[in-house]
Design a protein around this ligand. Structure first.
Ligand SMILES: Cc1cc2nc3c(=O)[nH]c(=O)nc-3n(C[C@H](O)[C@H](O)[C@H](O)COP(=O)(O)O)c2cc1C
Length: 139
């Protein structure tokens, strides 16, 4: 099996309702194609981990690449796997970052989430977090 993680730039007009609709589509197709994974939206970008049979993962990525709901897709990790990290989820998603943290921490603790994958996902979530007022670098 293959596991691929990519990041992309979300269409600026995309909202949680659009993502909910996207997930209905994605989960239906992924169940059919034995794909599992996780999607994170940090307010500007998507990070998605997609895993399953190599031919199905690549076919799905080709479709996703052409989707106008995002652009600039860049793969950040691609590797062969023996076991799925997200076997229970046709596409894990929680609009609430803390939900991701909980799930990711649980997965990482269970040893099923590869440590480098976990790190990339946690860092990505942290990137989207709003800085406290006044905590930015001065002009
Ligand atoms: C960020 C993002 C992630 C997506 N993830 C998936 C996915 O995991 N599986 C999938 O089938 N489609 C996914 N899609 C949707 C596909 O691009 C495409 O719209 C969909 O597969 C078409 O489904 P249909 O042929 O049933 O209409 C995603 C789209 C975006 C923008």
């Amino acid at each position: 099996m293959l596991s691929v993680i990519y990041i992309s730039v979300a269409d600026p007009l995309i909202g949680e309702q659009d993502i909910a609709a996207l997930l209905v589509q994605a989960r239906r197709n992924n169940q059919r194609d034995a794909l599992t994974g996780a999607l994170i939206f940090n307010g500007h970008n998507f990070l998605q981990l997609l895993e399953g049979p190599a031919d199905k993962v690549d076919a799905c990525l080709a479709v996703i690449r052409g989707d106008p709901r995002h652009s600039g897709m860049v793969e950040i990790r691609r590797r062969a796997i023996d076991e799925r990290a997200f076997a229970e989820w046709s596409m894990l998603y929680d609009p609430n970052f803390s939900g991701h943290d909980d799930n990711l921490s649980r997965l990482a603790a269970s040893g099923r989430l590869d440590p480098q994958d976990a790190l990339m996902m946690e860092n990505f979530v942290a990137l989207g977090r709003r800085r406290p007022q006044g905590a930015g670098v001065a002009d």
